[in-house]
Design a protein around this ligand. Structure first.
Ligand SMILES: NC(=O)c1ccc[n+]([C@@H]2O[C@H](COP(=O)([O-])OP(=O)(O)OC[C@H]3O[C@@H](n4cnc5c(N)ncnc54)[C@H](O)[C@@H]3O)[C@@H](O)[C@H]2O)c1
Length: 151
């Protein structure tokens, strides 16, 4: 499949959460092909580091459900890459539970922490990064997930 070109992203810095696999890894490859400098963030360190190396970017360990970790990650991007232009807030998980009646409190909390609070923390951190950087255009792409695994 031939995808239409993005605008030229040369000189931009893109953060891809959940970039160690799946949609996030593919996004990292695509954004890098368009010229962006990539920061892959994930809890899967080996896989994330490989994706980052493949696209000439940098890997950071980030649990998106941890607000303090967000501050460290974005501060690190501003210190290392110097700016943050694009945040693909893609990290997410499903419980693996197909019957909502079987969901445990812990499963619900974990999904809400990653898929909901993690996105809010990410939007907040990315917005704060833009606020302190002289960047004219900001892009936020969010992928959300259902609570249950199928059906
Ligand atoms: N693939 C689909 O059909 C589909 C459908 C609906 C929603 N989604 C959502 O799109 C996103 C990407 O899906 P995918 O199919 O590539 O999934 P995937 O499982 O391949 O990738 C998700 C990535 O998020 C990472 N991750 C999980 N918890 C994390 C955390 N706390 N902090 C940082 N990273 C974390 C995982 O390690 C993984 O690398 C997810 O949010 C998913 O829920 C996917």
């Amino acid at each position: 499949m031939t995808l239409p070109p993005f605008e030229d992203l040369t000189g931009t810095v893109a953060l891809v959460t959940g970039g160690a696999s799946g949609i996030g890894a593919a996004t990292a490859v695509r954004l890098a092909a368009e010229g962006a400098t990539i920061v892959v963030a994930d809890v899967q360190e080996a896989a994330g580091a490989k994706v980052a190396a493949d696209v000439g970017g940098r890997f950071v360990t980030l649990d998106v459900a941890d607000p303090a970790a967000w501050r460290v990650a974005v501060d690190g991007i501003l210190a290392t890459e110097g700016r943050l232009d694009i945040a693909h807030l893609n990290a997410g998980l499903m419980t693996g539970e197909s019957d909502v009646r079987s969901l445990t409190d812990e499963q619900v909390e974990r999904v809400l922490g990653v898929n909901v609070r993690g996105v809010i923390y990410g939007v907040r951190a990315a917005a704060a990064a833009h606020a302190v950087e002289v960047v004219e255009a900001a892009s936020l792409i969010v992928c959300s997930a259902p609570l249950r695994s199928s059906g």
